[in-house]
Design a protein around this ligand. Structure first.
Ligand SMILES: NC(=O)c1ccc[n+]([C@@H]2O[C@H](COP(=O)([O-])OP(=O)(O)OC[C@H]3O[C@@H](n4cnc5c(N)ncnc54)[C@H](O)[C@@H]3O)[C@@H](O)[C@H]2O)c1
Length: 486
């Protein structure tokens, strides 16, 4: 346990126990707090209560079990129990993309708030961690005020920046803590008139959350307080920037593909400029997952609603560049198969949207596997951790239980997610299995020269086909496999 000392122990609930919420709940207990995790998914709650994380997140099992055993962490589906348990309630429910537009779907968030607030008595603080469109706090605060008949409920937004695969460390040692609060709030309640009254750092919510995060702040983590709108915007702006950086280098890789440049050497060279930086400049198959794609779409949709759509129209292009990488890879495989993949055996190594995660939401690897299958290829997929989730989304693909098994009789092998076991795989591990020695490195994470030396036709997405092999990333200690998308 990273202790706050008994004087700093607080009681809190975490509502929504998915990738974000389960991690947050376990890590708050790790700080020494008493935590109750809440979710509508009874199977998830049973699993967490039994000490099994229902998804893959390195290190989280240990933190979960240690804190369950210490009695600091419990789980329930009962909102009435949550309302009685403590006065601080974190919200970590999903905010996915709406099915008929790019905007965020806040149905689950609203429903969680409704469920909770109806049971509250006395003074409480609700702290949103989910990623939401700017303006959500203002709307939710009105809804909460209308629902809270027997309680005084304050609202803060504390966006989360954790990366799957590094979630425990990111939660316990974040780059910064961002807290948006209601400037009308004083310890006496909401000041009349609605005008800004209290500096953000001195609002009761900011002071309460400073106590929650005391040991992290004492370690030197910047604690940034601001108004609701800014906090909401910080999160989506950060993701918009990261997505733009990835799509920038992928757009440049489109030029390299036709002009013959080496996008990896280019990224190394421009990355030496501290103003640019080398991280998030790895060309390849682009971003996916449960955050970046839906967050940039929701941000653009919100800008439209606010009448400033042109301000973020570039995010549409960022999205287009990203999606074109998937199409480019499918095209590369087709060309490798003389124009058609119909009836050809293709091995896809990787199904998760990035390594060290079992998350397949909007996974580029899986999208490409499905596209090839739709075009008639016989696709075999292997992923170290994401097989169950992948099979749930695309049950008709064939799933092999190892990379060599997926590669058996393959005419093309694709590395679509840069798991360490693929990065460090030797050509000899696959040479005996395949029908043809052709590997497409869609993450530019392999040692192309080593594969070529072993008699393989090595091709990298983002390089001109038939051009020089892309060197493995090595500059500044940043390799494709050590970097991870949010
Ligand atoms: N996953 C990440 O890496 C990450 C990082 C930063 C921010 N976020 C944001 O955090 C939020 C959650 O993301 P996630 O990846 O954890 O999603 P998730 O789908 O893994 O988890 C969401 C959880 O909310 C639960 N839920 C749904 N409706 C509920 C309700 N009414 N009451 C209680 N629980 C309910 C679901 O059962 C599920 O367990 C999103 O807004 C996301 O953008 C996620």
């Amino acid at each position: 346990m990273r202790g706050t000392g008994s004087h700093g122990v607080m009681k809190m609930t975490v509502i929504g126990c998915g990738y974000l919420g389960a991690t947050h709940a376990a890590c708050m207990a790790e700080l020494g707090h008493e935590v109750l995790g809440v979710d509508v998914d009874a199977a998830k709650i049973d699993s967490l209560a039994a000490g099994t994380v229902p998804f893959f997140e390195p290190g989280l099992d240990d933190v979960l079990r240690r804190n369950l055993a210490a009695g600091r962490l419990r789980f329930t589906t009962d909102f009435a129990e949550a309302a009685r348990f403590g006065r601080i309630h974190f919200l970590g429910v999903g905010t996915p993309q709406q099915q008929t537009s790019g905007a965020a779907d806040l149905t689950a968030l609203r429903s969680a708030v409704r469920e909770l607030v109806g049971h509250l008595r006395g003074a409480h603080l609700i702290v949103g961690k989910s990623t939401v469109p700017v303006g959500t706090c203002v709307e939710l605060a009105d809804e909460i005020a209308a629902l809270a008949r027997h309680a005084s409920v304050d609202l803060a937004w504390n966006p989360e920046f954790l990366r799957e695969g590094f979630a425990v460390d990111d939660t316990l040692r974040p780059d910064r803590i961002v807290v948006g609060t209601d400037p009308r709030r004083t310890t006496a309640g909401v000041a009349p008139g609605g005008a800004a009254q209290t500096p953000a750092a001195q609002t009761p919510a900011a002071q309460t959350l400073a106590e929650v995060y005391r040991s992290i702040i004492d370690d030197g983590t910047p604690y940034l307080t601001m108004d609701w709108a800014t906090a909401e915007l910080v999160k989506v702006s950060a993701n918009a920037f990261l997505a733009t950086k990835i799509s920038f280098i992928n757009a440049i890789s489109e030029i390299c593909e036709v002009a013959g440049g080496d996008v990896t050497a280019l990224a190394d060279a421009i990355g030496h400029d501290a103003r640019i930086g080398r991280r998030f400049l790895n060309a390849g198959l682009g971003f996916g997952g449960g955050c970046l794609p839906k967050d940039i779409r929701a941000f653009a949709a919100r800008a439209e609603e606010l009448g400033v759509g042109p301000a973020l129209s570039f995010l549409r292009e960022v999205d287009e560049v990203n999606m074109r990488r998937r199409a480019a890879l499918v095209g590369m495989v087709e060309r490798a198969c003389d124009g058609s993949v119909l009836g050809r055996n293709v091995a896809v190594l990787g199904a998760a949207f990035k390594p060290e995660s079992d998350d397949v939401r909007d996974s580029p690897a899986l999208a490409v596997a499905a596209q090839l299958s739709l075009r008639g290829a016989r696709v075999a997929v292997f992923d170290p951790k994401a097989m169950v989730n992948a099979a749930r989304v695309f049950p008709t693909l064939r799933y092999a239980d190892s990379a060599p098994a997926a590669a058996r009789d393959a005419e093309v092998v694709i590395v679509a997610t840069e798991w360490a076991e693929f990065v460090h795989m030797t050509p000899a591990e696959l040479s005996g299995a395949v029908r043809r020695r052709l590997i497409i490195d869609a993450r530019r994470c392999l040692d192309g020269a080593a594969w070529a030396a072993a008699g393989w036709d090595y091709r990298a997405l983002g390089s001109s086909e038939g051009g020089p092999a892309a060197p493995r990333m090595s500059v500044s200690g940043v390799t494709a496999s050590s970097e991870s998308l949010v």
